[in-house]
Design a protein around this ligand. Structure first.
Ligand code: ATP
Length: 613
């Protein structure tokens, strides 16, 4: 119930539509009822051989009396109908009845349509609110979250699960709001026709309700398992599509197919089982409904056939017809119960994301970093991914305008340090200080606004080259973008490509070479013109010629800027003001290129020798 109410809270902006919805529904129910309640007087008048005197008695206009509203309505109808019989004969009266029927069916249909359009606004709006909040939450999560979650599963939650909520919870909204009113109205009429028969009916309803409940038990747990499995399938799909080149090169198609087929097999078995059970609910309630009608015919028939009948045949027939109409909303309600279970399972999966705690957030009273003016300092920093500590007591200072290079064996923790400065992660112990103030005291966006990051992996979007460069500065002019591209040595290949700056580069830039992708990333950083540059193997994918050009461009860009450069190729960072050699999460050497080379037993000298060789 809590999950359902929470899902409903996304409909809050649309609560204003509820009253008109209820009014339209009420009107459609009333017009629907008119159709059936015309049955008794019509049957009585047309097929009972009432003599003219009796008809004339009925053809007197009734007076409204609050205590006998329904009697008034029946008498009013009788008044008009008997007048019709007297003036136009029974055939003419039949035409009158048909006319009333057409008008009331039309009115009922119009109001049903109006009510459904309101529900559509409510349904689509509610689901859109939910989807937006989910994306907002996902895009604001700390980076560590994405290392622990499967991408495919997140995609599945934001698409398939939201869709499931839409088709079940939101759709059942209308059923839950409208059908109880319909049932109440119809029951009211049934009680009016025969209280005794209705009491008998009410005694059977809970029995069939209980039976349906038994069938739909466990539906929610199974639905959740199904959605989890779909999430895993999406992950396999995502990995397979992303790594098709390697999969084919290693003849790994058999492996991924098996993985996918296994998951699909599990999903299919589960869904088949639950769907069959869910489908069983329909025919069962159908059968139970017929049983109930048979019971009513038997019991009600007895009342009609009694020597002193409590019910006349016309009323009894109307009763059965109206009762069969109560079955429809009752079935819709029991059906909605099953489908709500499915929606709730998806709702729980969605709320798991929404309830995730973001570990990197602005603290209360965070101040903006207006201008970087002095230095970045790591003070006794330790960091752990979960339980494994990868940085141990690291301390260094990066003064404004200087360049520090991080080098060392793979897995030493270089990229992790680079991630701590823009607060992609928060330190486990120690502090990262910017201008003497803990980075956690600043507003995150203002810290990141001062930084430009170029990583080993170029992150590009399936968009035009222009938009990819202008990503961080959407208001950039053409000239600014061209200049940035020229500095990054990218302008030439861009203007040679099919549509120049308007060329679409495909998913993650697949239509470009590795070097071209990297140069676009550099152009993006150049355009942002940040005070602090973080270059993580930024030039590793370039050929020697373009690397030299980009190095030159970067050198110009880095002038009077503060840079943290990570490089495996030591030749690229010789001019750094200071080089830190990182091994197993600790700084083992520190100095300039020359001073480190002079240390005969040093790791830097060893690495340099190996590379020269
Ligand atoms: P390379 O030069 O190969 O890029 P690096 O010096 O940049 O390596 P890091 O990427 O900082 O090293 O990794 C340091 C350690 O942290 C490694 O042992 C790595 O396995 C671990 N590590 C990195 N990212 C994660 C993560 N998201 N979750 C858990 N452990 C991680």
């Amino acid at each position: 119930m809590k999950t359902y109410l929470r899902l409903l809270s996304y409909a809050k902006p649309f609560y204003k539509f509820i009253i008109p919805y209820l009014l339209f529904s009420l009107a459609s129910i009333c017009f629907g009822l008119v159709n059936f309640s015309m049955l008794i007087p019509t049957l009585n008048l047309l097929f009972k051989t009432l003599d003219t005197a009796a008809l004339q008695k009925m053809a007197v206009e009734p007076h409204f009396d609050l205590a006998h509203k329904i009697d008034y309505i029946t008498s009013l109808f009788n008044y008009y109908l008997s007048n019709q019989v007297l003036t136009n004969g029974r055939t003419g009266a039949l035409a009158f009845v048909c006319g009333v029927l057409v008008v009331s069916v039309m009115c009922s249909a119009i109001f049903t349509f109006l009510a459904s359009s309101i529900i559509e606004t409510l349904r689509t709006g509610t689901v859109s609110n939910l989807r937006r909040e989910l994306f907002q939450k996902i895009s604001s999560m700390h980076l560590g979250y994405f290392s622990n979650e499967r991408k495919g599963d997140i995609i599945s939650r934001i698409t398939v699960d939201v869709r499931e909520v839409e088709s079940s919870v939101a759709n059942t909204l209308s059923v839950i709001m409208k059908e109880p009113i319909t049932i109440a109205f119809y029951l009211g009429v049934l009680i009016y026709i025969s209280g005794k028969l209705t009491l008998f009916t009410l005694l059977i309803i809970p029995v069939s309700g209980g039976l349906i409940g038994l069938i739909t038990k466990n539906l929610r747990r199974e639905a959740r398992e199904g959605q989890d499995s779909l999430g895993r399938m999406m992950s396999i799909l995502d990995e397979s599509l992303g790594g098709m080149r390697v999969i084919k090169a290693f003849n790994g198609t058999g492996y991924i197919r098996r993985k996918f087929f296994d998951e699909d097999g599990f999903y299919t078995r589960l869904i088949r089982k639950t769907s069959i059970r869910r489908e069983a609910a329909g025919p069962t309630s159908e059968f139970l409904g017929s049983l109930m009608i048979a019971g009513i015919i038997l019991y009600g028939g007895k009342l009609v056939l009694d020597p002193n009948p409590e019910l006349d045949a016309g009323a009894f027939l109307t009763y059965v017809v109206i009762f069969s109409q109560v079955m429809r909303p009752a079935k819709a309600l029991s059906g909605a119960f099953g489908s709500v279970q499915r929606g709730l399972a998806s709702g729980e999966r969605i709320f798991k994301i929404l309830d995730e705690v973001n570990q990197v957030t602005d603290k209360v009273g965070a101040v903006p970093l207006a201008d970087f003016s002095d230095c970045i300092e790591l003070k006794n920093v330790s960091f752990a991914y979960g339980k494994s500590t990868v940085l141990h007591n690291v301390s260094f200072k990066l003064p404004k305008g200087k360049t520090i290079a991080l080098v060392g064996p793979s897995g030493g923790g270089k990229s992790t340090i680079a991630d701590l400065i823009p607060r992609f992660y928060d330190v486990t112990a120690g502090q990262v200080l910017i201008d003497g103030k803990d980075v956690r005291d600043y507003d995150i966006e203002s810290v990141r606004a001062q930084m430009g990051v170029v990583t080993q992996e170029s992150v590009l979007f399936n968009d035009t080259i222009f938009n990819n460069i202008a990503f961080a500065k959407t208001d950039a002019t053409k000239e600014e973008v061209y200049r940035a591209a020229a500095i990054a040595n990218a302008h030439e290949f861009i203007i040679k490509s099919e549509h120049g700056y308007d060329t679409i580069i495909g998913d993650r830039g697949v239509k470009l070479s590795g070097g071209q992708r990297q140069r676009l990333s550099i152009a993006r950083a150049v355009l942002k013109n940040p005070a602090i540059l973080i270059l993580d193997e930024a030039t590793s994918a370039l050929d020697t010629e373009s690397e030299m050009l980009v190095q030159d461009a970067l050198a110009k860009l880095m002038e009077n800027r503060t840079s943290l450069v990570i490089a495996h190729r030591l030749s690229t960072i010789q001019s750094a003001d200071s080089i830190l050699v990182l091994q197993s999460g600790s700084i083992v050497e520190e100095g300039t290129h020359i001073s480190l080379l002079n240390d005969e037993k040093g790791l830097y000298r060893k690495l340099n020798r190996l590379q020269a060789f």
